[in-house]
Ligand binder design. Structure first.
Ligand SMILES: *Cc1c(COP(=O)(O)O)cnc(C)c1O
Length: 361
């Protein structure tokens, strides 16, 4: 046995399961497993990306000032309180690395996003999972899970894979009642899909224990570029910047994200189209006896009677070239998460679920 061993905790990490994108033997697949924007990125973002080809020999900006200013202008925030990362996953990792280590606890909810547990373990901290209430974040359960070791509390709002969210008043109640050494992280990966919701950004201005994360991977359609950002009190941003690699975001990613955030008209179009098709799909699934909670995101969580039924439906969808996501790893074995695709994809998936439920498979 080799004496070379990783830090404790690392071997408890289960590899992150990404959304599948192939089915053996099936051509023309429709990928509805990773909550990607079916309309793709804005043309302005693609153009900005292409323009970078001429300066590939140059290192990227290390302070990300231009992107931070663009985000600040568009969302009416403070550029000095923004940090950019290679996806919001990297921001989540920075938070764990900076604030949680051996002996510390990191709280997340039972159907919470997988990266919270992975990053907590990677930092040597102890992950603590608390219950939700019928697939909705439960502030009282989180508070009951807190103690003097709690350093971070992660909630995605709206959450993935449930699609549900809690109101800002509930989040404020949570922030006020947390132990004083704990930082509340509100993951706003889907915030742009919610009309009139700022992801908790403005609450960052009034509380020194609230931090928000956001991403360009979802409504902005830039998952391949790996850009996310965090918004928090200056003292937290300064700590995170100490462990951030100086060139953590590439020039292409910075340029594409800046163009994307400024193209507010395109974002509006994506939001409207998503809401329309999400309602259509939820209704169509309900007609086939498959229920979903009201989703605030770009996916629905379709619930079946049993795990066997959910898995059989998934197998049938796959055979039809439709790839959705099993969420047993999120303690939801009876459900499938279906991203809102374009109109044709939504019709195909509804039709296939209907065929499955009618026993015509
Ligand atoms: C997709 C997603 C992210 C975004 O990850 P990136 O690293 O920015 O691509 C973060 N949190 C949640 C809850 C997500 O679903």
């Amino acid at each position: 046995m080799s004496k070379i061993a990783p830090q404790p905790g690392i071997t408890s990490i289960d590899l992150y399961q990404g959304g599948a994108s192939h089915v053996a033997g099936v051509e023309n697949i429709v990928k509805l497993s990773s909550n990607e924007n079916p309309l793709g990125p804005s043309d302005a973002a693609i153009e900005a990306y292409k323009r970078c080809a001429h300066t590939l020999h140059r290192y990227p900006s290390s302070d990300h000032l231009s992107l931070r200013k663009a985000i600040a202008e568009v969302y009416d925030l403070w550029a000095d309180n923004i940090i950019c990362g290679a996806g919001s996953d990297e921001i989540i990792a920075f938070l764990c690395q900076a604030f949680a280590g051996p002996g510390d606890e990191v709280i997340y909810t039972e159907h919470g996003f997988a990266m919270y547990r992975i990053s907590a373990l990677a930092a040597g901290a102890t992950p603590v999972e608390v219950k939700e209430r019928s697939r909705v974040t439960d502030v009282d359960a989180i508070l009951a899970g807190c103690n003097e070791k709690t350093k971070l509390v992660f909630i995605a709002n709206p959450n993935n894979p449930t699609g549900t969210m809690i109101g800002l008043a509930e989040i404020e109640r949570l922030a006020k009642a947390l132990p004083e050494q704990a930082l509340l992280v509100i993951d706003g990966a889907y915030a742009e899909y919610v009309d009139g919701y700022d992801g908790g950004a403005k609450m960052v201005h009034s509380y020194e224990n609230i931090f928000m994360t956001r991403t360009f991977s979802k409504i902005y359609g830039l998952g391949a570029m790996r850009v996310g950002w965090g918004y928090g009190p200056r003292y937290i941003i300064e700590i995170l910047n100490r462990i951030r690699g100086p060139f953590n975001v590439s020039s292409m990613a910075l340029a594409a994200a800046e163009a994307a955030v400024r193209d507010t008209e395109y974002v509006e179009k994506c939001r409207t189209e998503n809401a329309r098709l999400r309602e259509w799909l939820s209704n169509a699934l309900a007609e086939h006896g498959v229920v979903c909670d009201t989703s605030m995101t770009n996916f629905v969580l379709a619930r079946f009677g049993t795990q066997d039924e959910a898995e059989a439906c998934d197998d049938y969808l796959k055979s039809q070239g439709l790839i959705v996501r099993r969420v047993g790893g999120y303690n939801l074995p009876q459900a499938l998460r279906i991203s809102i695709g374009d109109e044709s994809a939504c019709r195909q998936v509804a039709h296939a679920v209907g065929q499955f439920k009618a026993g015509k498979r």
